[in-house]
Design a protein around this ligand. Structure first.
Ligand code: PEP
Length: 254
């Protein structure tokens, strides 16, 4: 069975003290996670090592970066490369979050470079895709997301695609409190899986976890996650509240 994943995206929030307290709170609860369930915690870069240490005794919890650079190394002030992440044993990175696309002008081609470098360093990308409201209103979301996948991922071979997590995050649902219905989520996830199947075949398409992101909270997680092609969630706001995020973890399919 595909991995069921709850991924926290703390974005640019919390002091180190608050971050450690939040992590401790989340880890206090009992989850009884099975081997096909996993929790990722994407923290600001300076906290990666400290929070990773806290996770070291937790088999199903892994640390995750929120970004990684489009260049290998060198004079790129302020950037953090996949090689640097690897050197501190961080093996997951969110790539292509809509906030990076919007505020830092990351396009599909640049994201393809980031993906290549991440994979070359053994880092598993959590690749984000999703349409803005205008595209959804015009009912063009399937073509839009398909283009994102094609332009950023489809140069990869089947073996590389095995190391992938995809997060479908409709932009109109991120941080807005407006969640896609579980039906809308399932519809898009099935579309993504079908597109992956056409390109890479059934086995690969069925092995890739596709997370839903966009105002997931304790009260709606179970309904969304129970859909057959939804393999968990990428969670922003609600991941900053221990009680919320722990309920979201417990809502993963077994
Ligand atoms: C996100 O940051 O990826 C996200 C989905 O945020 P939120 O859960 O706050 O909508």
């Amino acid at each position: 069975m595909r991995k069921q994943i709850a991924a926290a995206n703390w974005k640019m929030n919390l002091s180190i003290q608050q971050a450690e307290d939040l992590m401790d709170e989340i880890l206090k609860m009992e989850y009884g996670l099975s081997d096909n369930q996993e929790v990722l915690i994407a923290v600001p870069f300076p906290y990666l090592m400290r929070i990773k240490e806290k996770l070291s005794t937790q088999k199903q919890f892994n640390i995750c970066a929120q970004n990684s650079a489009a260049t290998k190394n060198g004079a790129y002030t302020g950037e953090t490369s996949a090689e640097i992440l690897k050197s501190i044993d961080v093996f997951y990175a969110i790539i292509g979050h809509s906030e990076r696309r919007e505020y830092f002008h990351e396009n599909n081609q640049l994201l393809a470079q980031k993906i290549d470098l991440a994979l070359a360093s053994g880092i598993k990308p959590v690749f984000c895709c999703g349409e803005p409201l205008s595209i959804r209103e015009a009912n063009n979301q399937n073509d839009y997301v398909e283009t994102q996948l094609k332009e950023s991922l489809f140069h990869l071979n089947a073996t590389q695609m095995k190391n992938f997590i995809i997060a479908y995050e409709p932009i109109w649902a991120i941080g807005t409190g407006k969640t896609a219905s579980s039906h809308q989520a399932q519809e898009m996830h099935l579309h993504i899986r079908t597109v992956l199947c056409t390109q890479y075949g059934h086995e690969i398409a069925n092995s890739i976890s596709i997370l839903y992101g966009g105002s997931v909270k304790a009260s709606n997680a179970a309904e969304i996650f129970e859909k057959p092609d939804v393999d968990g969630g990428l969670v922003g706001g609600a991941s900053l509240v221990a009680a919320e995020f722990s309920t979201i973890i417990k809502s993963l399919k077994k």
